[in-house]
Design a protein around this ligand. Structure first.
Ligand SMILES: NC(=O)c1ccc[n+]([C@@H]2O[C@H](COP(=O)([O-])OP(=O)(O)OC[C@H]3O[C@@H](n4cnc5c(N)ncnc54)[C@H](O)[C@@H]3O)[C@@H](O)[C@H]2O)c1
Length: 449
């Protein structure tokens, strides 16, 4: 699973040779460590005239321990450039993006962050709608220009949700979002219903008192999700098929959680989950549908067993479990449902008609379920990982694996922890207005961009 090319480019010979040959130079990414400063340098904060978020954002950054500057200076390497573009009501005003970012683009530090906050275009009209939509092209292009592990994101904040952005800003500015790049996130757009947007008592342990279920958690991305949710304070029940029982127990022991051997495709899986969580924990707060399989073949060569098994594990069983959970009384207040889609569900992939269908179905599940569960105070979001270093991707032939790793703005594969951190942001109690999102964890992969 090791990325040998990245090891080479970070050796002294590689550092000398790779730039001379015009080869990509993947930067080792800054990843979260407990107690770490949120940013490696101050944040420069700017706003278009009439912006409605600047004041709140300044307060939120200060409370996260980030030094905020509002005047640019030549000799500073910035940890982040943050711009409130909600005041832009006409395309002619897009020039304000140029005026703020152009002079300081060379001053974005190692693994620095660019974040633009704007108003969801679909909630505006006329020239304002044109202008707000245009910002997406700006942040996505900037993501492709930034170097040294820096990333660029756009956060569309619905009017009335100004106070609901703190968990999202903390996530995007920190090293927890290392492999999230070129994304568009919506806050407050899918309805927040009865959801309570509460800051956690401790940002180090935001999930204290929560009970979480992670499916497919005996290894790979699922094990990393379980570990991160437990680090954040949740009691995590890890679930996998009985054949994975030994690995599942060792994950549960490592994180102080519980192991549940269950095939998620069993007809009574939903009922068993309701009974298990009701009896042992009295509730269930966070559901992460991570279990997934691939059975690749070109469609012409694909037997119906491959089609059925992939659709059943990756989509149908999850819909059935959701229906049973939602019809029961086991869900706690402000529950979180989180799906795991894939870039193959966004862009399609050769030999993966079954997998691509199932993972696009997960996106459909978010679209159809998020507004409905918002009425109950819950949220439903998904991650769409790109190339992540796991046993699943280690099996890909080297000739396909190597380009898949490099064809992204960050020119490397992500780690399971990168997917896990994104899921932990969705699960945070302060993310109650983050609903209906599908965020790619793909280093801004060029496929399906
Ligand atoms: N690795 C990547 O690059 C990548 C990219 C995009 C999406 N994903 C998705 O991320 C998720 C995790 O991927 P991974 O790479 O860690 O895969 P993995 O194969 O290492 O782990 C998947 C786990 O799901 C479990 N599982 C399979 N069928 C199950 C069932 N019926 N009931 C319960 N558990 C079951 C497996 O036993 C396994 O432990 C999957 O949904 C996958 O499609 C992975």
């Amino acid at each position: 699973m090791a990325d040998k090319y990245q090891q080479f480019t970070n050796s002294s010979v590689g550092k000398f040779l790779a730039p001379k040959l015009g080869l990509p130079m993947p930067t080792p990414l800054r990843r979260h460590k407990p107690g770490q400063a949120p940013l490696d340098g101050p944040a420069l904060l700017g706003a278009a005239k009439g912006g409605r978020l600047e004041k709140t954002v300044a307060e939120q950054l200060n409370s996260a321990g980030i030094e905020v500057r509002t005047e640019a200076a030549d000799d500073v390497k910035y940890g982040a450039l943050v711009f409130d573009a909600t005041g832009i009501t006409d395309p002619a005003q897009l020039r304000e993006l140029y005026d703020f970012f152009h002079p300081v683009m060379r001053q974005v530090g190692y693994c620095g962050r660019v974040v633009v906050l704007a108003t969801p275009p679909e909630l505006t009209s006329g020239r304002q709608q044109v202008a707000q939509r245009a910002i997406e092209g700006f942040t996505r292009s900037v993501g492709k220009e930034l170097t040294k592990g820096a990333t660029s994101q756009l956060v569309y904040v619905a009017p009335g949700s100004e106070d609901a952005t703190e968990s999202t800003l903390r996530f995007l500015l920190s090293a927890k979002s290392a492999f999230v790049d070129g994304q568009v996130i919506r806050v407050g757009t899918a309805g927040t219903g009865g959801a309570k947007i509460t800051a956690p008592e401790s940002w180090e342990k935001p999930l204290d008192g929560k009970v979480a279920l992670v499916t497919g958690a005996s290894r790979g991305i699922g094990a990393a999700i379980a570990e991160v949710l437990a680090r954040d304070g949740a009691h995590v029940v890890v679930l996998d098929i009985p054949a994975q029982g030994a690995d599942l127990s060792s994950v549960a022991n490592k994180i102080g959680g519980s192991a549940l051997q269950l095939d998620i495709t069993a007809a009574d899986a939903g009922t068993k989950l309701v009974d298990y969580f009701t009896e042992r924990h009295g509730k269930l707060d966070i559901v992460v549908h991570n279990a997934g399989i691939t059975r690749d073949k070109k469609l012409a060569n694909m037997d119906d067993g491959r089609w059925n098994s992939v659709l059943t594990v990756n989509l149908l069983s999850q819909l059935a479990v959701n229906d049973t959970l939602l019809a029961s009384s086991v869900l706690g207040e402000n529950a979180r449902f989180i799906g795991v889609s894939s870039v193959a569900g966004v862009a399609g992939n050769l030999g993966q008609a079954n997998y691509g269908t199932s993972k696009a179905g997960v996106i459909g599940m978010v679209d159809s379920t998020a507004p409905a569960v918002a009425e109950k105070g819950h949220t439903f979001n998904a991650v769409a990982p790109g190339f992540i270093e796991t046993q699943m991707t280690a099996k890909i032939p080297a000739t396909i694996r190597e380009p898949a790793r490099r064809l992204s703005s960050l020119t490397q594969g992500g780690l399971p922890v990168d997917v896990a951190e994104t899921i932990a942001w969705y699960a945070n109690p302060a993310s109650a207005a983050v609903n209906g999102n599908v965020v790619r964890v793909c280093g801004q992969a060029l496929i399906g961009a």
